[in-house]
Design a protein around this ligand. Structure first.
Ligand SMILES: *Cc1c(COP(=O)(O)O)cnc(C)c1O
Length: 375
């Protein structure tokens, strides 16, 4: 077996992380919240356009949970969610005792299908309940069809939570992903574009909503000298240490995005010559993906598994696409609207190693496996 394992997605250290952690220790800010957190939020706000107010949290999952709470999702409410996604997009719906309603993907971006979205909304309304929110995801960094999806949401006046966990740095019509929804969320998990080890953020459009998110994330303490609570609180704030890692990571954000995009062009060249696999790419210039992960569709499930095992033999990690939520044991009893697009993507799709730390040597090893497999 050849040398070290190549992982699916790791981010790159900047070397500056330690200095912020050190500062936190020296000033005894070893807490949740603190100066690194404030600075991290400010730098993120500078990265996004004016009018984006960002609250940094301890995970992307907490960000989605708080987004649902901020939109007033309660017991028995219905929330539409893209089926083709990671479970963290949908789990918080259940935390609120709300009901997930899953919608299929379309084939161009692999994200929520606007036609099926409208079918779902109409049918839920017919059955007596208008969905309270829509969770749309920019999967693998590829923006969803923002214009079409938001047109449907606006027609029925339903807010969108934009799950931008995988799409920091992606744009649609030159506008940054994370800023389209009523609320956007980011993740800084270890496998994402930048990491805080664990972390996330909620992107809102006002100071007041940001303040409310921080209030909820820090145990909903009412203004009083003692601890007084009139709302349920959460312990969801990011720690000052993790935010320090984030400050170091922001310095390599553009570099990481470029590295991921270079991986993409590396794969694009290889797959140009290969007829039995379809390489997933921007389908037009409105869509600018950070190419968080590069993905292909094989002709059959068996081919997909064959290639995965060939990679594994060479000590290289690859992974099938997300298994759709409506097929997951925990979610299969909930309504689903769509055809078989997500199913087919799951059966035939494979995620290729795409970390921003891939070396040329790694790429040579990867290329060799691909070329041999399709020979
Ligand atoms: C990673 C991820 C999340 C959750 O983020 P965490 O920080 O891991 O909690 C949510 N949605 C999607 C699509 C993700 O990929």
């Amino acid at each position: 077996m050849s040398s070290k394992r190549i992982y699916l997605s790791l981010s790159q250290e900047s070397g500056f992380e330690q200095q912020y952690i050190k500062k936190a220790f020296e000033s005894n800010w070893i807490t949740s919240g603190g100066p690194n957190v404030d600075q991290f939020e400010n730098e993120l706000q500078d990265y996004f356009e004016e009018g984006s107010y960002i609250a940094a949290l301890n995970s992307g999952t907490s960000a989605i949970h708080l987004a649902l709470i901020l939109l007033g999702v309660k017991d028995g409410d219905e929330v539409i969610c893209q089926s083709m996604t990671f479970s963290a997009s949908a789990n918080p719906i259940l935390y609120q005792n709300a009901i997930p309603v899953f919608v299929d993907s379309e084939i161009e971006t692999w994200n929520i299908c606007p036609e099926n979205l409208e079918i779902a909304i109409k049918d839920r309304m017919l059955k007596g309940k208008k969905p309270k929110a829509i969770i749309a995801v920019h999967l693998y960094g590829m923006p969803y069809k923002v214009d079409e999806v938001h047109a449907v949401a606006e027609k029925y006046d339903i807010p969108i939570i934009e799950d931008s966990a995988e799409a920091l740095g992606s744009t649609y019509k030159d506008k940054k992903c994370g800023t389209f929804g009523s609320l956007g969320i980011l993740s800084f998990n270890g496998n994402k574009i930048i990491t805080t080890s664990s972390g996330g953020a909620i992107i809102s459009k006002s100071k007041e909503i940001k303040a409310k998110a921080i209030f909820l994330a820090t145990q909903s303490k009412d203004p009083a000298v003692h601890y007084q609570h009139s709302e349920i609180g959460y312990n969801y704030r990011i720690s000052n240490i993790c935010a320090g890692i984030g400050l170091g990571q922001i310095k390599v954000l553009e570099g990481n995005i470029n590295a991921r995009r270079e991986n993409h062009f590396f794969y694009r060249e290889i797959f140009k010559e290969i007829k039995n696999a379809k390489f997933f790419d921007n389908f037009n210039d409105d869509f600018f993906s950070n190419y968080w992960l590069n993905t292909i569709l094989l002709e059959t499930k068996e081919d997909r598994e064959g290639l995965r095992l060939a990679f594994d033999q060479a000590n290289i990690e690859s992974r099938p696409l997300w298994k759709p939520m409506h097929l997951q044991p925990i979610f299969e009893k909930y309504p689903y609207y769509g055809n078989k697009i997500a199913e087919e993507l799951f059966e035939k799709g494979l995620c290729l190693p795409s970390g921003s730390n891939l070396t040329n040597q790694d790429k040579n090893r990867i290329e060799e496996v691909i070329i041999n497999f399709f020979k």
